[in-house]
Structure formats: C-alpha cells, structure tokens
Design a protein around this ligand. Structure first.
Ligand SMILES: Cc1cc2nc3c(=O)[nH]c(=O)nc-3n(C[C@H](O)[C@H](O)[C@H](O)COP(=O)(O)OP(=O)(O)OC[C@H]3O[C@@H](n4cnc5c(N)ncnc54)[C@H](O)[C@@H]3O)c2cc1C
Ligand SMILES: *[C@@H]1O[C@H](CO)[C@@H](O)[C@H](O)[C@H]1NC(C)=O
Length: 349
C-alpha cells in the first residue's frame, strides 16, 4: 500500500486526508506543526467563522459548487460535526455595486446581482425593498451553514484516521516510513518554507470579535464606511460556539494581535445592523468571549491545485484558499484524490 503523507492539519489537509482515507487504498499520515485545538497565527483554520458565502466568479465556481452538497449533508445528518443550517442575508450597497460593475473588487462573486449561486441554494430569493435596511440598495436571502471550527476540525481529524488503523495523525515533520506521495496543504506557510517558497502567497488579515450573544440570522454587507480593509459579517456557530463578528480583509498584513480600535468598529457596526444581537443595548450589550486574528492564505493567481515531481517524489499541492477554504474544501479535496490516482496510477476503489 502506498504511503501518503499529508503535510498540514488545517481544513485543506484534513479534508484531503478524509477523502483519501475513504477513496483509495493508501496509508495516510497527517503531519503538521499545528493541530486542531491550537490557536496560532500560522494556522488559519480555527479562526474562520466559518460559513458558506460563495465568492468565486462563475468560471471558477467548481470548488464551491462541489462542496456545498456535502456541507449541507453534514449539517442535516451529522450534528457532531458542529455544522448547522442558518438563514443568511447578503446586502449590496449602491457604491459597491458600481465598483463591482467597474471590475476589481475583493468578493466579486458574492455581491454580484443575479449571482451564479442563486441556483445552488434551494431557497435563494431576492429581498424586497421593504426588507432592506437603510443604505442598502438590494440584497438576497438563502439558507446556508455555519461551521463551528472548534468541533469540526477535531471531527475531521478523527474521521480521516478511523476506523482504518493504518491511518494516523502526528505532530511535527518526522517521517520514518518510505513516503510515496506528499500532499502539500501548508497554507500561508508555503510562502515561507525553505526550498522554493511561493512568493505569490500573501496573508489577508482577518480580525474578529467572538461574543456570547446570538444572532437571528447570518448577514454580510458589500462594504463599510469605516477604515480601508474593514468588512462586515455576522454568524452564529452551532453548539455554543458563540457569534463571530467580522471583520477585516487586510492584504499583506501579518500583525497577529487584535487592534482595539478595529474591534470597537466591528462591534459598533454589528449592533447598528442587528440591534437584536445586544437586546438593543448597543456595544454595552455585547458579551465578549475573545478577540481573534487569523491570516487568510491568499494566492495571486488563485489556489494551487496540481501535482509536481520533486526529487523523485510526487507532491500534490493544495494551498492558497484565501477566504474560502471551508466552502471549497470538498471540491478541492476531490481534485486531490484525482491527482493522487493519476500520480500513483491506481484505479479508484
Ligand atoms: C477571520 C477569517 C474568517 C474566515 N472565514 C471563512 C469562512 O467563513 N468560510 C470559509 O470557507 N473560509 C473562511 N476563512 C478562510 C479559511 O479559514 C482558510 O481558507 C482555511 O482555513 C485555509 O486552510 P488550510 O488548511 O489551507 O491552511 P491552515 O489552516 O493555515 O493550515 C496549515 C497547516 O499546515 C501546517 N504547516 C505549515 N507549514 C508547515 C511545515 N513546514 N511543517 C509542518 N506543518 C506545517 C500548519 O501547522 C497547519 O496545520 C476565514 C479565514 C479567516 C482568517
Ligand atoms: C509546498 O509548497 C511550497 C511552495 O512551492 C514549498 O516551498 C514547500 O516545500 C512545499 N511543501 C512540501 C511539503 O512539499
């Protein structure tokens, strides 16, 4: 049986290991510096909300399209994953729509009018004018999911290594057995690793506030009038995971500490848009669990999902998922399985 080593235990590595352990006759070992349970600036996955709000443009929507059915199934059938369904609202402001029509805009697909994903969600509907808050030109509503990453990452690690005993998860990088193939899911650290560091990988800093208050629905808005790099979203995690108030989208920034002014802006925007969140008591009514900062592993040119032979060993790369690592996780991991089968020239089970 070929030995496959997955380097990285974020959502990209663990989902790759999960599908590989089910779909091919290999021994899978996950090795990583950071494991589920850790909180570190070099480890993006625990910091994510995470929810499903498609961001791709139509031509590159494959990963998100393929992922949604599986996340929906987990929400419906496997509650121990910490994934639950929740209504989601997407608000578009007129000035952002104008920027969108003009070209460059960070969340192209998400805030487009008449988006490709309207057929992905069964109950997608445009909001009527009287359902929109002040300052919002148009919006949509659909049922999406929110993932409690504190529960989902350990579940993935456990599920990718059981019930078949040859699979394993270990911390660190020591590899004793012969390695036939490496899966490279090192996220942002692909920009810093020795050898051929990938200069196209850059952080997009995301600061959040986690509160105990519960939101009635998830909501995001196409822009804010606050600082450059400020964005707006709210989502409530399943199983007591708290509510994530976001956030920022700051390209090229590595700062690991939360900025108190940014945090205050995040909380103000949240209670202005959804006063019920704090029983109408404003920022004072928010009960903070923690402030957090995560770095999204952005890659110029998009995700790197391809195979490469390095020093006689096949490597399948799967890194650079920016802000969509969860919502594209199954689509990308399915591609990893295909690339592994091609590289090792083995038929699917
Ligand atoms: C604030 C915030 C909000 C987000 N919200 C969402 C959301 O709502 N929906 C969504 O889909 N996505 C969201 N994301 C994006 C998502 O978190 C990332 O795309 C995803 O976590 C990337 O996962 P990854 O496995 O590729 O990388 P990571 O989670 O960073 O994992 C990298 C792994 O590689 C290991 N590693 C790296 N280098 C080495 C080495 N040399 N040796 C050993 N191990 C190594 C690390 O230890 C770690 O285990 C958000 C991100 C942030 C920061
Ligand atoms: C992952 O890719 C990066 C960028 O090409 C490279 O520096 C690193 O060595 C690769 N890691 C593995 C384990 O192949």
């Amino acid at each position: 049986m070929p030995n496959i080593v997955v380097v990285g235990a974020g959502v990209s590595g663990l989902t790759s290991a999960y599908l590989l352990s089910k779909e091919s006759a290999n021994t899978i070992t996950v090795v990583a510096k950071h494991m589920p349970g850790d909180y570190d600036i070099e480890y993006a996955s625990p910091w994510a909300g995470a929810n499903v709000l498609p961001m791709a443009t139509k031509p590159s929507s494959r990963w998100e399209r393929q992922t949604w059915p599986e996340l929906k199934r987990l929400a419906e059938e496997v509650p121990e994953t910490g994934i639950h369904k929740m209504k989601s609202r997407v608000y578009r402001r007129e000035k952002d729509l104008q920027k969108l029509r003009g070209g460059e805009y960070a969340f192209d697909g998400l805030f487009k009018e008449d988006p490709w994903y309207k057929t992905l969600f069964e109950d997608f509907r445009e909001l009527s004018k009287d359902e929109l808050p002040r300052g919002v030109a148009s919006g949509a509503e659909f049922t999406s999911v929110c993932i409690n990453t504190m529960l989902y990452l350990p579940w993935l690690a456990f599920s990718s290594t059981s019930p078949r005993p040859p699979h394993g998860v270990t911390r660190g990088g020591s590899k004793k057995a012969k390695v036939d193939l490496v899966i490279n899911t090192t996220g942002l650290m692909a920009s810093r690793l020795g050898g051929v560091a990938d200069q196209d990988v850059v952080p997009v800093r995301g600061q959040v506030v986690v509160v105990r208050n519960e939101a009635p629905y998830m909501v995001t808005k196409s822009g804010t009038d606050d600082a450059e790099g400020d964005v707006f979203y709210i989502m409530t995690r399943a199983a007591g995971g708290g509510t994530i108030l976001g956030g920022t989208y700051q390209k090229g920034q590595w700062e690991s500490q939360a900025d108190p002014n940014t945090a205050l802006r995040i909380m103000k925007r949240a209670v202005e848009m959804v006063p019920e969140l704090a029983d109408g008591k404003g920022v004072q009514g928010l009960d903070v669990v923690r402030h957090g900062v995560g770095l999204r592993p952005y890659r110029n040119g998009g995700v790197r999902l391809e195979k490469e032979k390095i020093g006689g060993t096949w490597v399948v790369h799967n890194y650079g998922h920016a802000g969509w690592g969860y919502q594209g996780s199954y689509g990308c991991a399915e591609r990893v399985v295909e690339l592994v089968d091609e590289a090792l020239n083995q038929p699917k089970l």
